[in-house]
Design a protein around this ligand. Structure first.
Ligand SMILES: Cc1cc2nc3c(=O)[nH]c(=O)nc-3n(C[C@H](O)[C@H](O)[C@H](O)COP(=O)(O)OP(=O)(O)OC[C@H]3O[C@@H](n4cnc5c(N)ncnc54)[C@H](O)[C@@H]3O)c2cc1C
Length: 328
């Protein structure tokens, strides 16, 4: 059996139904390599593990534990946590990194409860001091940065998608097959499902590198199309403030903020958004923030790197025109 390094960081990598690693894998392994030796756990359907394991190596996983489980197709949550439990017992990691997606948070919470570990959610980075691994958080709408660490045991950390720029170098990993016996813990069972292919060519909001978001300033569902138009020219995902969602311009899944999605893109463009603290809570860790608002005192300008004071219905069409011209 492989002996794992003392500074091992166990990284749970999610897979898509077709077996590829989810987009968050590169950032999680990039975070892990900064504080220890990344050991990836790949949980996949039978026949899909080997490819995902080699993809994990190309993203920097030095060791890969591979669990192929038929139960993944029918039971929610529990199979992954069963695999994570076996992996953590073998690796004895200093920390466990999991993406802060819905599935990731589900696995992290269940695992932390099962193993009585401390849990740090929605971290925007990880570090290490003389006592062990720390999680970095941006709290109170981005007004404070705080660190947290456990008093005992490995810290389970969910990492905000898109928040980690670091990347690990590709390696050829050692791959161990993990033998996971089902724990029998109660799980919701999927009796049937219908696969749907999303028609959108836009990136998914969570984890997108660029986001264009619109607020109440768009004034109507029809006019919100301007946000989508700019997003498409930039190759960005579309988001919204709660006021825009409540007014019915876009569905609830677009909402960014305290009670919506948290994003950490390279570029965040806010159109007609005032910058209430509950909105900023979900976007303030974006690397570059551009705001267009007709009110020079709007709070969004306090966090913007670039701001345009003006009517978005005049500014945005010009922006789209000049970006389109550049693309040729
Ligand atoms: C418990 C709780 C949770 C919340 N959670 C969230 C959350 O998750 N996400 C969230 O977004 N909000 C959340 N909110 C609501 C939040 O407080 C704000 O009400 C909301 O973010 C405001 O949205 P807005 O900026 O689009 O609208 P407004 O605050 O009304 O701002 C509209 C902006 O558009 C500008 N504008 C208008 N017309 C134009 C134009 N033609 N050109 C340029 N600019 C223009 C105005 O100057 C103004 O600044 C929450 C509130 C509470 C109490």
């Amino acid at each position: 059996m492989t002996t794992f390094p003392e500074d091992s960081i166990l990284v749970l990598l999610g897979t898509t139904p077709s077996g590829e690693l989810t987009k968050s894998a590169a950032g999680l392994l990039g975070a892990a390599v900064g504080v220890g030796t990344p050991v990836a756990l790949v949980v996949a359907l039978p026949g899909q593990g080997a490819e995902a394991a080699s993809e994990a190596g190309s993203l920097g996983a030095k060791h890969v534990l591979m669990a192929e489980m038929e139960e993944l197709s029918s039971a929610l949550g529990v199979p992954v946590v069963d695999a994570l439990t076996v992996a953590a017992d073998q690796v004895q990691p200093d920390a466990i990194l999991i993406t802060n997606s819905l599935d990731g948070r589900d696995a992290a919470g269940r695992f932390a409860a099962r193993k009585r570990c401390a849990l740090a959610v929605d971290a925007i980075g990880v570090g290490r001091d003389e006592e062990g691994v720390l999680a970095h958080h941006s709290v109170y709408g981005g007004a404070y940065n705080v660190d947290c660490a456990p008093t005992f045991g490995p810290l389970v950390i969910t990492v905000r998608e898109g928040s980690i720029d670091a990347r690990a170098e590709a390696v050829t990993p050692t791959v161990d097959v993990l033998d996971v016996k089902p724990s029998g813990a109660a799980a919701a069972i999927v009796e049937s499902f219908e696969e749907q292919t999303a028609a959108s060519t836009r990136p998914e909001l969570r984890g997108a590198a660029k986001v264009v978001a619109g607020g109440r300033g768009l004034s109507s569902q029809e006019q919100f199309a301007l946000v989508e138009e700019l997003a498409d020219v930039l190759g960005a995902a579309v988001g919204a403030s709660r006021a825009a969602v409540d007014a019915g311009y876009v569905p609830n899944s677009y909402q960014i903020g305290q009670t919506g999605v948290s994003v950490s893109p390279q570029l965040y463009v806010a159109l007609g958004i005032s910058g209430a603290i509950q909105h900023r809570a979900g976007m303030q860790t974006a690397k570059t923030i551009v705001a267009i608002n007709k009110d020079p005192d709007a709070a969004i300008f306090d966090v913007a790197d670039f701001g345009v004071v003006g009517d978005l219905f005049e500014v945005v069409p010009q922006l789209i025109k000049s970006l389109s011209a550049r693309k040729g």
